[in-house]
Write a protein that binds this ligand. Structure first.
Ligand code: GLN
Length: 197
């Protein structure tokens, strides 16, 4: 059973801990550098990425997290967590930093200009034939991906497709919140990825 940490400085930590446990992982909250060292994989929850970034730096987690990510720690980021894993941000707050690792550019609050929050059924091959109910809450989309990044799902807005689920090796990110639907396939798939890493 792999130990998967949920970054617990801000955001909907408890929902991810529960989803991971139901997916068969041992889940722990990560608030200290020593906890960063203790995990086999990391989930970065949704929340507010500017606040999360500030708290990560205040709690001296920025450097240890970046070091482990560069060392190949498997990680899954949802919504604000996707922003934290992105190498580049558009519409970021002044001075906003990310942990990076994923060779993507994300646009914060990208759907906000159309609608704040919405749900959509998405087909993601890695999760099987049943579509996932994707819940978007002030979500980012992926504006640009590097060559090593695989797009798993996109949402079409005004005739253009915007990636909302991506993978690059052991790094996975979704613009949406799978932890709120009771469907734990994303967490189960990530747990499997951690197990094989
Ligand atoms: N809009 C938030 C941000 O930019 C993300 C929203 C979320 O995680 N639900 O950080």
């Amino acid at each position: 059973q792999p130990t998967i940490g949920v970054l617990a400085v801000q955001g909907d930590v408890r929902e991810h801990v529960q989803a991971l446990q139901l997916a068969g992982a041992r889940a722990i909250a990560v608030r200290r550098p020593s906890e960063v060292e203790a995990v086999d994989g990391l989930v970065i929850p949704g929340g507010e990425s500017t606040t999360m970034d500030k708290l990560v730096r205040i709690f001296d987690l920025h450097e240890p997290l970046v070091a482990r990510l560069q060392d190949g720690l498997p990680a899954y980021g949802s919504c604000a967590g996707m922003i934290m894993l992105a190498d580049r941000i558009l519409d970021g707050h002044r001075d906003q930093q990310t942990l990076g690792g994923l060779d993507i550019t994300v646009r914060r609050n990208a759907f906000g200009r159309q609608v704040d929050s919405f749900e959509e059924d998405l087909r993601i091959r890695e999760l099987g034939p049943e579509p996932v109910r994707a819940v978007f809450i002030r979500a980012p989309w992926v504006e640009d991906v590097g060559d090593a990044v695989q797009v798993l799902a996109s949402v079409r807005v005004e005739g253009a497709d915007h990636p909302v689920a991506v993978r690059q090796g052991n790094l996975v990110a979704t613009s949406f919140h799978p932890e709120v639907t009771g469907d734990h396939r994303v967490h189960a798939w990530f747990t499997d990825l951690v197990r094989r890493a």
